[in-house]
Design a protein around this ligand. Structure first.
Ligand code: CJB
Length: 828
């Protein structure tokens, strides 16, 4: 407000307002201008990378205009805002997305062609923004797209990691991690060096008076690190709404760069202080579904949460409202437990800084749980929190005390219950249970698919359902944005669909896909559909040829499993199934072999660097590939491919090329899965277990259109017990043959795979690989048979796509808005 231009001078502004390009000629002019001025190059040295940079800058100019207008509109409307706190945003590439959401891809295509470039090459220059591990981070990115598209006043808050998820290289069949330094040139962020927050760590707490003479806790001393805001505009589709993703970067606080040391010649240690501050936002922890309890991680969490809350409170206070209106203006969604300290930090701000009463507890927070795996549930040692955030530990104790008192009055004398639900685990050392803190401090807790939301109520949060009642716990089944995962990833299919369902409107109302049912029996339509799938497979085959020098036949059935490598996701089951297929083919005579369905088994995904078993799985897949792919008896009948460095932009190429995808987690372990939705939306079928969103996908598309197998989640406990009680687990005979082949050295040094086999044979087969093996391979035989009837297969695919309307992330966001955030969209 202070710096706003006085009325008389405003005309000079409005008449000179920059409006960005509106047509091809404008676009070309902007690209040339950026090449010549921003990049200081010319037509004599403009390579693809420069053309990418200049195109991105031209689009960025437009985006930031829309961004500014959106922010002004939101400030003016002064309605409730939603803040989505996520430690991961797996955005992928931005240029293609900006072109499509703004509706200027055709303009850019023609313009670039006239300037001498092919648009695909230019799009391909962009480095993915890979600030996430997997499903959780990509979900946050889909949600940003939906929130902008639906015109919600929404901000994302995250960390600006200098290094995103590592780049994976495969060397001699092993995963090698290489740092992903992605910030060299990033046109999509706006540094806001004027938007900073000083964040405190360590120090101690004493009682003292605040400005109004009230006795409060005062946290002082320790060290200070500065958070600097970087803003990333996130455009909606076919709307001028462009929301903000604010990412915090850490740097030494200005007072911290020790001029004393600097001047006295101790330059090194002064720079070391600076580097220590920068370390906080330096690297994304590369674990998926695993908590490693590292001190730097909790520092990251507090740094990000404290900066974000400061920002949120600052914005709220600017509106001049009184505190009791805070819950009408602010909703905060906690993406997993990573931001749970926000609950504690808000309490500190209100009580210690603002001098409000403890009991003014507000229903600001919603908490989304993404996993029931015990190894993924965050716990921090009490001693660590006490050292790092002494005041916060006191507040956690107070929250726990009030909570336990209310439990005691509700269930007098039940000391077991008190022990079970206490936010502090009385272990050695004592731990803070972050999920419990999140449940106690939120007004709604949701799971991400029906089965998962039921499971959290009957397992990890059972006692909390007894205490708080059913209503606090709810379900919001995940979804994906059809803009990126159909329109952008599969433009030809998107166009074909649009031609049948009344244009591109379906990208904003995915239920319109149901109109496709009318064309299931249309021969011409089916033919076009099949041609598009084939073309997508040809493209992937070329990519495989160019990166791995392996020829795969695009007419073969492409069977894909791409996701993080994890025992619970069971890539081991898949590769054992592949070995079984190989042994079966080898045992056949040439005539019989000829009758078999050719297959390409495609794997991709990263293992956490410290997850040894996951790395062995990658190694086995590669070793199997190197034997099978050069076996002359086998030829095109089976190829085994491991695609290096799976990420969002590769997903956009791989998913549209799949005939069959694998979602085969042990029942009850995969909270939802979201790639299952993307694969079906792109006209592929699923082989899967009764787990996560597979169950709801089945309900929507019909069980005749999905290949389900395996034990049910309600039987998993009993089976595990049964295994544990036996000396030696009796293994499925077909799987035994597979193990014999591995141990006979067919796929390299058998020692390398002892642990994998032993997990099944000697350690209780926790993931039930043997229990599910026979039904898995039988179901694959059904897939082969179904694929032989191409007409019917394509019909199944079309029918499935027609019934996928439910799985748009727009539907999710509307459910959150209505059931959790209590917020309305802002009319444009
Ligand atoms: N998820 O990606 C992660 N990381 C975690 O640490 C915990 C869960 C995944 O979240 C997705 C989005 O909700 C789910 O679809 C997926 O099943 C789950 O594993």
């Amino acid at each position: 407000v202070e710096a706003s231009i006085p009325e008389p001078q405003r005309e000079a502004w409005t008449k000179n307002e920059f409006s960005g390009f509106k047509n091809k000629d404008d676009f070309e002019r902007e690209v040339v201008r950026h090449v010549e001025t921003t990049l200081a190059r010319s037509l004599y040295n403009c390579d693809q990378s420069a053309a990418y940079s200049a195109s991105s800058l031209a689009f960025r100019d437009r985006l930031i205009k829309d961004w500014n207008k959106t922010q002004q509109r939101q400030t003016f409307a002064d309605q409730k805002r939603i803040y989505y706190l996520s430690l991961e945003f797996l955005m992928g590439r931005a240029l293609d997305n900006a072109m499509l959401n703004l509706g200027f891809k055709d303009v850019a295509k023609e313009g670039l062609a006239e300037l001498g470039f092919q648009i695909e090459d230019i799009i391909g220059q962009e480095h993915d923004a890979a600030l996430g591990n997997g499903g959780l981070g990509r979900l946050a990115a889909c949600f940003l797209d939906s929130m902008a598209t639906l015109n919600f006043s929404a901000w994302g808050y995250g960390l600006r990691y200098r290094y995103g998820i590592f780049k994976q290289e495969i060397i001699d069949g092993y995963q090698v991690e290489v740092p992903d330094y992605w910030l060299d040139f990033n046109p999509w962020e706006f540094p806001r060096h004027d938007v900073t927050v000083d964040i405190q760590f360590y120090g101690n707490v004493r009682k003292g008076e605040n400005e109004n003479g009230k006795t409060v806790s005062i946290w002082e001393g320790g060290e200070t690190v500065t958070a600097v805001a970087y803003d990333v505009p996130t455009p909606g589709y076919d709307t001028p709404s462009t929301n903000n993703l604010r990412l915090w970067s850490s740097k030494a606080a200005s007072g911290e760069f020790d001029f004393q040391k600097f001047n006295s010649g101790d330059y090194e240690s002064s720079v070391a202080d600076q580097q220590r501050a920068e370390t906080i936002s330096a690297v994304l922890y590369p674990n998926d579904n695993l908590d490693r309890g590292k001190e730097l991680r909790v520092k990251q969490q507090y740094f990000w949460v404290a900066a974000s809350l400061y920002d949120i409170v600052r914005r709220f206070k600017k509106s001049g409202r009184s505190w009791n209106e805070f819950p009408d203006q602010v909703a905060i969604q906690l993406n997993d437990t990573h931001p749970t300290l926000a609950i504690v930090e808000l309490q500190r701000i209100l009580v210690d800084v603002e001098g409000l009463e403890w009991d003014e507890a507000w229903s600001i927070f919603g908490y989304t749980n993404h996993t029931v795996l015990p190894e993924a549930l965050e716990k921090w040692p009490v001693g660590l929190i006490e050292h790092l955030l002494p005041r916060h530990l006191q507040i956690i104790y107070d929250i726990n005390l009030f909570f336990l008192q209310s439990v005691e009055s509700q269930f007098p004398g039940d000391s077991d219950l008190l022990t079970r639900v206490s936010i502090i685990e009385e272990s050695q050392p004592k731990m803070v249970r972050m999920a419990y803190l999140a449940v106690v401090g939120s007004h709604k807790v949701n799971g991400v698919a029906e089965l998962h939301s039921d499971l959290i109520k009957t397992t990890i949060f059972k006692d909390f359902v007894t205490i708080f009642g059913e209503d606090k716990f709810t379900n919001v089944t995940n979804g994906v944005t059809p803009r990126r995962w159909l329109h952008q990833a599969n433009p030809r299919l998107s166009e074909l669909i649009a031609s049948k369902v009344g244009g591109n409107e379906y990208l904003k109302d995915l239920t319109l896909l149901n109109k496709l049912e009318l064309f299931v029996d249309d021969k011409e339509f089916r033919k076009e559909w099949a041609e598009i799938k084939y073309a997508n497979k040809v493209r992937l085959a070329k990519y495989i040829k160019s990166t791995l020098n392996i020829n795969v036949n695009p007419a073969a059935l492409f069977d894909v499993q791409v996701k993080r490598i994890h025992e619970y996701k069971r890539q081991q089951l898949n590769i054992y199934g592949v070995i079984h297929r190989y042994l079966t083919l080898k045992a056949m005579g040439p005539e019989e072999r000829k009758k078999q369905q050719p297959r390409v088994s495609i794997f991709g995904g990263k293992a956490a660097p410290g997850y040894w078993m996951a790395k062995q799985i990658i190694h086995l897949i590669n070793n199997v590939g190197s034997v099978v792919n050069k076996d002359p008896d086998i030829g095109d009948l089976l190829k085994v491919i491991f695609l290096e460095d799976y990420n969002v932009s590769k997903a956009e190429m791989i998913i549209p090329a799949s005939d069959l995808s694998e979602h085969i987690s042990t029942a009850g372990t995969e909270a939802s899965g979201t790639s299952n939705m993307k694969f079906v939306l792109n006209g592929g079928l699923i082989i899967g277990t009764c787990d996560g969103a597979n169950i709801e996908i089945t309900r929507e598309i019909g069980q005749e259109n999905i290949f389900l197998f395996g034990v049910l989640s309600e039987d998993v406990e009993d089976l595990r017990h049964a295994h544990a009680s036996k000396e030696q687990h009796v293994i499925d005979p077909a799987l035994t043959k597979v193990f014999e082949a591995i141990q006979g050295g067919m796929f390299g040094n058998p020692q390398d795979f002892n642990a994998m086999i032993s997990a099944v044979r000697d350690h209780g087969d926790f993931y039930l690989v043997s229990d599910d093996f026979q039904s898995y391979i039988d179901t694959h035989s059904s897939v082969d048979e179904a694929y032989r009837n191409q007409e019917e297969w394509v019909s199944m695919c079309i029918r499935s796509v027609a019934r996928m309307g439910f799985f748009s992330s727009d539907r999710c966001i509307n459910e959150y808005a209505e059931g959790i955030w209590n917020i309305e969209p802002l009319a444009v």
